[in-house]
Design a binder for this molecule. Sequence first.
Ligand code: CAA
Length: 259
Amino acid sequence: VCKPRMAEYKYILYERIDHTAVVRLNRPEKLNAMNLDVIAELSSVMDTISSDDSIKAVIITGVGEKAFCAGADIEYMSKINPLEAEQYAIKGHASMSKIENLNKPVIAAVNGYALGGGCELALASDIRIASKNAMLGQPEVNLGICPGWGGTQRLARIVGVAKAKELIFTGKRVSAEEALSIGLVNKVVELPKLMEEALAMANEIAKNSALAVRVSKMLINRGIESDINTGLGLEVWGWSLCFSHIDRTERMTRFLQKK
Ligand code: CAA
């Protein structure tokens, strides 16, 4: 069992629990809204996690019982010009894409409001587990802007075009149960059980071959953006690559020896 280690960030708590990295957005007084510093720290912690082979899964959640993340910082956005907005979007996108393309699976433990950029952070993660009190949505049009950190693209890919249009055009919030029914979240649990459930799933993943999980994530992400034959071609390469690792030899031998 690895001893939990903490690194110093202003807006993020980073902890190791066994083979899982737990990243908590820590700006509860602003419902974990992401200003430029939060985005930069999130990017930086993803780089640390990416280069650590002993980490097998990642959980992202929010500090407090009210919000996972209430989105981009409205106070900041109220003052910026289009060029500054472009930088905010580019940095937000870079951070979300880092999560989406991270070489380890990422679970969003959605512990309350996940709105706008907060919903987009959950969408960039591989799996979403929500607490019963969670509310998700893309309310940007209400503020005179469209979603800007991937919401128009990832939401449609996850819940389908029609549902994404309904959610984005109305800006309405959906409950955890409704989010489950449209495939926006994978699972709903009571708030006190959220981290336990997320860690249990992370541990289940961590028992498997890290390379095989990593290749699977890459193939699903690349494949969904490709035509079926390109995706299937990539799978042949990814599958064969797994045979280069000692993990495959050991795991198959173990299976055969058990018989
Ligand atoms: N940005 C900055 N501050 C925020 C914030 C945000 N997105 N969301 C909440 N806060 C702040 C509030 O201003 C308040 O601060 P003060 O105490 O200093 O006044 C504090 O967090 C607590 O919030 P509320 O008092 O509003 O709490 P509530 O319980 O009454 O309401 C809520 C909760 C429904 C989540 C409400 O805070 C809310 O609607 N927040 C905004 C959600 C939103 O519209 N998000 C999308 C942002 S746009 C975006 O994200 C663009 C993009 O795609 C990248």
